[in-house]
Write a protein that binds this ligand. Structure first.
Ligand code: FES
Length: 159
């Protein structure tokens, strides 16, 4: 087993922050039509030192083990970050201690990144200028199936 795989197994043995945050400020859901996996992320903000930061992040995943392991890491990493800081985290940063994702697993990390960005897009307090555009994303899963694939991966918001 590679060191990446053993770290994934370690994360899966004790996944963090699974399940809904009842009074969340933002929720994002994305899916990958290619593999059929889905991931939802909840964010709860708080005020700290005059800044609005993420107090808690949680997730629910319907998908592969890598996505669950990355989401577990990412939701830990997000604590204390502002929406702006969270927005600029890359997939490889969100994986934390898991280390770099193998090429075959990058889309699993992108599912987590997509759910985070989708949640930030739905955070009413983030000005539109800071929000990430979802103009390249299809509005519904059904609609996305009729769109040409741009690039190898499609992560689509599921509202
Ligand atoms: Fe689809 Fe991992 S195989 S998210």
């Amino acid at each position: 087993m590679s060191s990446f795989e053993s770290k994934v197994q370690e994360a899966l043995a004790n996944p963090r922050n699974q399940g809904e945050i009842q009074d969340a400020d933002a929720v994002g859901t994305v899916g990958s039509p290619e593999c059929g996996d889905m991931l939802r992320m909840w964010l709860k903000f708080t005020e700290k030192d005059g800044k609005r930061v993420i107090d808690r992040a949680s997730f629910q995943a319907f998908g592969c083990q890598t996505a669950i392991a990355v989401a577990s890491m990412a939701t830990e990493l997000l604590r204390g970050k502002t929406a702006e800081e969270a927005k600029f985290l890359t997939v490889q940063e969100l994986t934390g201690d898991l280390g770099p994702l193998p090429p075959m697993k990058i889309h699993c990390g992108q599912l987590v990144e997509g759910a985070l960005r989708n949640a930030l897009d739905h955070d009413a307090s983030v000005p539109p200028s800071v929000q990430l555009g979802t103009e390249n994303m299809a509005p519904t899963l059904a609609a996305s199936l009729h769109r040409p694939v741009a690039g190898k991966l499609r992560i689509i918001p599921l509202d």
